[in-house]
Design a protein around this ligand. Structure first.
Ligand code: PEP
Ligand code: MG
Length: 910
């Protein structure tokens, strides 16, 4: 038998072997450390254990074959490079063991520092450190024992699940005995004592002594990092951020450098531009004589990075040079963590930095100016969610008011108003014209009316997928959730925060983008981006960097996109605004609102008509009103297509509710009044009552059951188009039939409509298309047949989602979606972003079969998904001709339609 050669899987990469494009394998931190190393930047030597190793470990519960040997080989190489051995009693090499997944998951996974310290090497470390400034560092002994106690604490907590409080109590105890609150007042003897106490705690909880063998410490720490991928908080974070669960984390083993070796040492973070505004400059914080965890713990105050110039000019200049180099190299804003050990600068981390929505646009524009990226890349680097955020009102910059709490920015925007604690009170005050903020521990479906009435919603519990967050986003209402510094007492109608009591009626302000909460009224400003879209700000003249950047990128998106963008509008005012926002026509003009208000009475006459003559009378009275509506819209959309949908909702929606009517009739009868008309109405409402009206007599069914109804609408559309065109305009109507499930329905409507159109249009030159919505699953599945009778399809993805999933769109979002999101059954509501696997598949089938039956069939979408970033990418990919969305979403859809062309990776630029 031929000898079988097994090729060993490579699980460990030296920093010299990786690069920034290997994030899948080496995680973000590892890939970027390797990249910096390759650039010749001062990175402490080390190696990365791959995500593959993590996945293999998590799948089997033990380290994959070969991993231990590969770690040993890399460790030995590291020891040679450093001229020290791990945990050597005389001159120890110490390492940090850090997690690093493909996507940043701040604070979610584990890190262990100072691995390699034990009862013997602590003495060697003290000797190594003895060149330190004794006065400031508290001495080398102090430093060594402090490092050892940190190792036991971190190792105990993260590797062996020893409760962290026990270590904190022991530390507090030593400080109390010493009469101080400050860690820095503890001397070497105190810390030596603390190490003993920590070791006892460790032994008590684990049943074993703290491991003295350096390699065992390292192996256990690596295992703990692997395991932390599946820690509850990490799982929850991934679900919320929609990070796939099967990526695993890499582990970085890096030689330790110390920022706490005296005043010529320190640690800091820096950004190459302002991540808040995008402005160029140097932004960052520095803390002398400290380790990174001290910065996070906030024990001492950091100083602005610029002050490093006075403290250590050499390191400062070197850092600035490196920052410029990193920006040139990554062609983007970078954030950086660094440490200075006795005057020597070390780069501990870099990555493309997170930024605000405004900064994303401004920086993309700057980088184009600097020749680092082209406009396609700039377009790829911003997204519709950021643009949407910039279109909300915001608090005035520099308002100078300090926040009192920070929760989760659950639904963007800025809101200010009086505090209320109950839904009823919110409704009551809002009815008096007051702005209110509904404050609850958490909301539930009973709070819905209050949420509608309020300007904003503030909760002390719950995350981005809590009931409050989901419902508020659905309503486009500002919401801060999970502000856990608030102690909310609903029965007492007050909350306390930071020792302050806030009663019902007091003013608060909340920022749904940042999650910040303010007491009092913070002035709310309109969005300058909306002012630009409205034509109120000239992008060529303004000195507003954001507006200039938005203009430039939008212009490029328009030049790039294939999808057209229309709007859903049913009034002249909406149509006009959408046109200013860049809409290229109307994709859905719902006609139902035209039957409301003072026209209700005519509709009642229509519904109650006992004879053909009565019905025809009512329709004849409605005709001129409808015609006037359409004239206004055709004028606003002069030269652009306007899809008018024939009436869709069940007719009883135009009548008073059954219960109210029954009570009115009973009361009037009691008083002996003449109630003949009300009784007839009541009887009609009873007759029309449906258990499931959304699946009942609506859409095309209505048109086929009530003679003359659709005919009146078709006539009004055709007459309006002719009138506008004869007056010198250009009307391009498209008549759309709702809720079609079978081609025969459409054919029947079509025959009658064509007759009317031919009669009205005559030689005016007006062309009227007839098409249908595809919003019933059967229509999608028989699209080939339906296309025979339709010149266009418009996907009604609201109903298609409702009927595809079998859940009521009016009820379920508040009822149980929050739970589905929490459980990860949905990553996002399927009413918000198209469910590509299911509902999207129906769209794909109908597109293919419709086009096969009728080449040139016009295809669009007019459900809410038409303005959702991810969905726009899907519709681009499926090959629709246009998307249609509410006026405010038009710019978002334009941007994303452009991005869909330049980015093959979807709209997520995480
Ligand atoms: C739809 O169902 O997607 C649609 C646009 O129609 P409506 O929301 O009016 O039912
Ligand atoms: Mg519909």
């Amino acid at each position: 038998m031929a000898a079988q050669q097994t090729v060993e899987h490579k699980y460990v990469y030296d920093f010299a072997e990786g690069n920034k494009d290997l994030k899948d394998l080496l995680g973000g931190k590892g890939a970027n450390l390797a990249e910096m190393n390759n650039l010749g930047l001062p990175v402490p030597p080390g190696f990365t254990i791959t995500t593959e190793a993590c996945k293999a470990y998590l799948a089997t519960g033990s380290e994959p074959d070969g991993l231990a040997d590969q770690i040993e080989a890399h460790l030995q190489a590291l020891e040679r490079t450093m001229g020290r051995r791990l945990g050597d009693p005389d001159d120890p090499l110490l390492v940090s063991v850090r997690s690093g997944a493909k996507f940043s998951m701040p604070g979610m996974m584990e890190t262990v520092l100072n691995v390699g310290l034990n009862d013997r090497s602590v003495v060697g470390l003290a000797r190594q450190a003895s060149g330190a400034d004794q006065a400031a560092s508290g001495g080398a002994d102090r430093f060594a024992w402090d490092s050892y106690r940190r190792l036991i604490q971190m190792f105990g907590k993260t590797v062996c699940e020893v409760p962290g409080e026990e270590f904190e109590h022991a530390l507090d105890e030593v400080k109390r005995a010493k009469g101080t609150h400050n860690d820095l007042d503890l001397d070497a003897d105190d810390l030596r004592g603390l190490v003993d106490a920590y070791k006892k705690i460790f032994a008590k909880h684990t049943g074993r002594e703290f491991p003295q063998e350096p390699r065992e410490q390292l192996d256990l720490a690596i295992r703990a990092v692997f395991d932390s991928w599946n820690a509850d908080r990490a799982v929850l974070y991934r679900r919320q951020e929609r990070i796939p669960a099967d990526l695993g984390t890499a582990v970085n083993v890096v030689s330790m450098v110390f920022g706490n070796l005296g005043p010529d040492s320190g640690t800091g973070v820096a950004f190459t531009r302002d991540p808040g505004s995008g402005a160029q400059g140097i932004y960052g914080d520095y803390l002398a004589n400290a380790q990174g965890e001290d910065v996070v713990a906030g024990i001492r105050n950091t100083v602005p990075l610029q002050q490093l110039e006075q403290l250590d000019k050499k390191s400062y200049d070197e850092l600035l040079g490196i920052m410029a180099r990193l920006e040139q190299h990554y062609k983007d804003l970078c954030d950086i963590e660094f440490t200075i050990e006795r005057g020597k600068l070390w780069m501990l981390q870099t990555r493309v930095g997170k930024r605000t929505a405004a900064a994303a646009f401004v920086i993309a524009g700057q980088l184009v100016d600097e020749g680092l990226i082209d406009l396609d890349e700039a377009l790829h680097r911003v997204n519709g969610a950021q643009l949407a955020q910039l279109m909300f009102p915001r608090f005035q910059f520099d308002h100078g008011i300090q926040p009192v709490a920070k929760g989760i920015g659950a639904s963007p925007g800025a809101a200010s108003g009086k505090v209320v604690f109950t839904s009823a009170r919110a409704v009551e005050l809002a009815a008096q014209g007051e702005s209110v903020i509904l404050v609850r521990r958490e909301t539930n479906p009973d709070d819905l009316n209050g949420m509608i009435a309020a300007q904003g919603i503030l909760t002390s519990r719950g995350g981005k997928t809590s009931h409050a967050a989901v419902v508020a986003r659905g309503m486009g209402k500002t919401c801060v959730s999970g502000a856990d510094e608030l102690d909310v007492n609903v029965p007492a109608k007050r909350f306390t925060v930071g020792g302050q009591v806030v009663d019902e009626g007091d003013l608060v302000s909340i920022d749904g983008t940042t999650g910040l909460v303010y007491l009092g009224e913070v002035p709310v400003m309109p969005s300058e981006v909306v002012q630009y879209f409205e034509g109120e700000l000239d992008p060529e003249r303004t000195d507003d960097a954001l507006v200039r950047a938005v203009h430039r990128i939008m212009t490029h998106a328009d030049a790039t996109r294939r999808l057209r963008v229309r709007t859903n509008a049913d009034t002249g005012a909406d149509a006009a605004r959408a046109r200013r926002f860049g809409a290229e026509g109307i994709g859905l003009c719902r006609t139902e609102h035209m039957f409301l208000g003072d026209r209700r009475e005519l509709v009642e006459r229509l519904i109650l008509a006992g004879t053909d003559a009565e019905r025809e009378d009512a329709l004849a009275a409605l005709l001129p009103l409808q015609r006037a509506d359409f004239i206004e819209i055709f004028r606003e959309m002069d030269g652009l297509p306007v899809t008018v949908r024939l009436i869709d909702p069940p007719l009883h929606e135009f009548l008073p509710p059954l219960e109210q009517l029954a009570v009115n009739v009973a009361v009037a009868q009691e008083r002996g009044e003449d109630v003949a008309k009300e009784e007839a109405l009541l009887a009609a409402v009873r007759r029309m009552h449906e258990e499931n009206p959304m699946l009942g007599l609506r859409g095309v069914r209505l048109g086929l059951v009530i003679p003359g109804l659709f005919a009146m609408q078709v006539r009004a559309i055709a007459e309006a188009a002719v009138e506008v065109t004869r007056a010198g305009g250009s009307a391009c109507p498209e008549i759309m039939v709702p809720l079609v499930g079978a081609v025969q329905e459409l054919e029947t409507v079509r025959v009658e409509a064509e007759k009317i159109i031919a009669e009205v249009v005559g030689d005016s030159g007006v062309e009227v298309l007839i098409g249908t919505m595809i919003e019933v699953p059967r229509a999608a599945l028989t699209a080939g047949q339906i296309a025979e009778a339709a010149e266009f399809f418009s996907f009604g993805t609201n109903d298609l989602t409702q009927m595809g999933w079998g859940f009521s769109r009016d009820d379920v979002e508040g009822a149980f979606f929050w739970r589905y999101l929490e459980l990860g059954i949905f990553g996002i509501s399927p009413f918000e972003s198209i469910d590509t696997d299911g509902v999207g598949r129906l769209v794909r089938i109908a597109t293919e079969e419709g086009r096969a039956a009728r080449p040139g069939l016009k295809l669009g979408v007019c459900g809410e998904h038409g303005g959702d970033p991810d969905s726009v990418h899907f519709f681009h990919e499926v090959g629709l001709d246009y998307v249609s969305c509410s006026p405010f979403r038009v710019p978002v859809a334009r941007l994303e339609a452009g991005r869909a062309v330049v980015s093959s990776t979807g709209s997520d630029s995480r």
